[in-house]
Design a protein around this ligand. Structure first.
Ligand code: AN0
Ligand code: CP
Length: 331
């Protein structure tokens, strides 16, 4: 595996889940794999979980890790080609990326959607330049449109908590929930992509106008009535996202609704099949979910975060063991 962006990059999901189980049982079994190898983690945006869990995963594999917060200490980077750089940006991404590539064996990048220009974001303009110009394998730590380390950790968490005695596939519901700031679509996009590939019955619910990009929705059932969607759910995955601009490009990145009736509270959970509550974190209590639900015994938010170490370790292990240079292209 040379790049990690999409569910297809990980191949067979049962095999990946099996590997996750193995890593979790003995996370120090592959310490020599990463010897004298360096992971460079580049952050254009804030992070708690991704930063800590990916670094921990690399250390479990015996890797050296360098972390760079681009906005706290590096030169301000120009991302557009062809501009006269007479503003506040001292360096161009086109030099910075190959320079970063010189110092590492794997580059992991976090670069959120700007939410201003849909085409720029959905073309993955920033991360694709890392693929093109770094000369190194690239791992997404949330790009403009995907957050696969999170989706993989969520899948691991679901497979650990699904009822092994149940004959039917578990019903997993991705529900939009209100928020006060415009957030990217990367988390719901990847969650949908991974759930579509997994052995689950997957439903998406959101208010009108929040339709995710069809390439991520795939064959998932979309139900606009949140109550109907939640009925019989085994897993409720809440997340806010801003308008993906599918129906109306001009609305891209906008907040179209702040409807608090979508906030997950105990009444919402009572409609489900005693479902587990999931969220990738960070979460705003009172907007996305009420205190009692997130603190309940059915809340999986901490196990999900714990599994970020496992998903990252499986991914890094695979990159370290795959022939290099090899397959894998732009997003
Ligand atoms: C980010 C998002 O919604 O994409 C990161 C989530 C992992 N969340 C915020 O910016 C609050
Ligand atoms: N879930 C997640 O990616 O969290 P951070 O933004 O804190 O890394």
């Amino acid at each position: 595996m040379r790049t990690f962006f999409n569910v297809a990059d990980i191949g067979d999901l049962n095999q990946a889940l099996h590997e996750a189980e193995e890593v979790k049982r003995n996370r120090f079994a592959y310490r020599s794999l990463g010897e004298n190898k360096t992971l460079l983690m580049i952050f254009f945006n804030n992070s708690l979980r991704t930063r800590l869990s990916t670094q921990k995963a690399a250390m479990n594999l015996g890797m050296n890790v360098i972390v760079l917060d681009v906005n706290a200490g590096a030169w301000k980077l120009e991302t557009e080609r062809g501009v006269i750089m007479d503003g506040d940006k001292s360096e161009h991404l086109l030099e910075a990326i190959p320079v970063m590539g010189c110092y590492c064996d794997i580059i992991a990048v976090r670069s959120f959607a700007g939410l201003e220009d849909r085409d720029f974001d959905y073309a993955e303009t920033i991360v694709n330049q890392f693929v093109k110009y770094s000369g190194k394998p690239v791992v997404a730590m949330e790009t403009a449109t995907v957050h696969p380390l999170q989706a993989f950790a969520d899948l691991i968490t679901i497979s650990e908590h699904r009822d092994p005695a149940a004959s039917a596939r578990p019903k997993v519901v991705l529900t939009w929930a209100p928020h006060c700031r415009a957030l990217p679509q990367a988390v719901p996009n990847s969650f949908a992509q991974w759930m579509n590939a997994a052995d689950v019955d997957f439903v998406i619910t959101h208010p009108e106008g929040y339709e995710l990009d069809p390439k991520f929705v795939g064959n998932a059932r979309v139900e606009y009535d949140q109550r109907k969607a939640l009925e019989g759910a085994d897993f409720v995955y809440a997340k806010n996202w801003s308008c993906p601009g599918v129906k109306n490009k001009a609305d891209y990145g906008q907040i179209l609704s702040q409807d608090r009736s979508w906030t997950i509270d105990s009444e919402h959970m009572s409609w489900t099949h005693n479902a587990y509550f999931m969220h990738c974190l960070p979460v705003r209590r009172g907007l996305i979910v009420t205190d009692d639900v997130i603190e309940s015994s059915r809340s999986l938010v901490i196990p999900e975060a714990a599994n970020r170490e496992i998903s990252a370790q499986v991914v890094l292990k695979r990159v370290l063991t795959s022939p290099y240079p090899s397959e894998g292209g732009e997003l």
